[in-house]
Design a protein. Structure first.
Length: 137
C-alpha cells in the first residue's frame, strides 16, 4: 500500500486542503490494516472466521473507496495532476482503481460462506496492484 501510495502521488503535482482531507481518511483506514489482520489471524480457524473476514474485507473496501476518492479528486479535469501525466495514463489508473472496491464487495459476500476464501480474494486484489500498479519515480 505504501509503495502504491507513493506511486499515485508521483502523478500528482500539488496538494490542496481537500486532497489532504481525503488522503487523511485513506491513511486512517490503511493504519487499521494491522488490527483487522490480527482479528483475522486470531479467528481464522474458529467458527467466527467469516465475521473476522468480513471486518477485514470491509476495511479494504473503505481503503478502496478512499483511494478512489483521492485519485478521482486529483484526476477530475486534471485538477492536481502533473502536466506529463497523459489522459490515457490517468484513465488507465482510474480503471485499475475500480478493481479494489468491486473485489472487496465480493470478498465481503464470500465471507458469509468462507472466511479463508474471503481473505484469499483480498490477497488476490493486493497481488493485482503489486503487478499492475502505477509506477512513478
Amino acid at each position: 500500500m505504501w509503495l502504491n501510495h507513493h506511486n499515485m502521488f508521483s502523478h500528482i503535482d500539488r496538494v490542496d486542503r481537500r486532497l489532504m482531507l481525503r488522503n487523511g481518511i485513506l491513511l486512517l483506514f490503511v493504519v487499521l490494516t494491522p488490527f483487522t489482520t490480527a482479528i483475522v489471524a486470531d479467528h481464522m480457524t474458529s467458527s467466527d472466521a467469516g465475521t473476522a473476514a468480513a471486518v477485514y474485507s470491509g476495511n479494504f473496501l473503505f481503503i478502496a473507496i478512499s483511494w478512489n476518492a483521492v485519485w478521482r479528486y486529483c484526476a477530475k479535469e486534471r485538477r492536481l495532476l502533473r502536466e506529463d501525466v497523459t489522459d490515457a495514463e490517468a484513465q488507465t489508473i482510474t480503471r485499475q482503481y475500480l478493481v479494489a472496491p468491486l473485489g472487496s464487495v465480493v470478498a465481503i459476500a464470500i465471507s458469509l460462506v468462507s472466511g479463508l476464501a474471503s481473505v484469499t480474494v483480498v490477497l488476490l486484489i493486493a497481488a493485482f496492484y503489486a503487478f499492475t500498479g502505477s509506477h512513478g519515480d
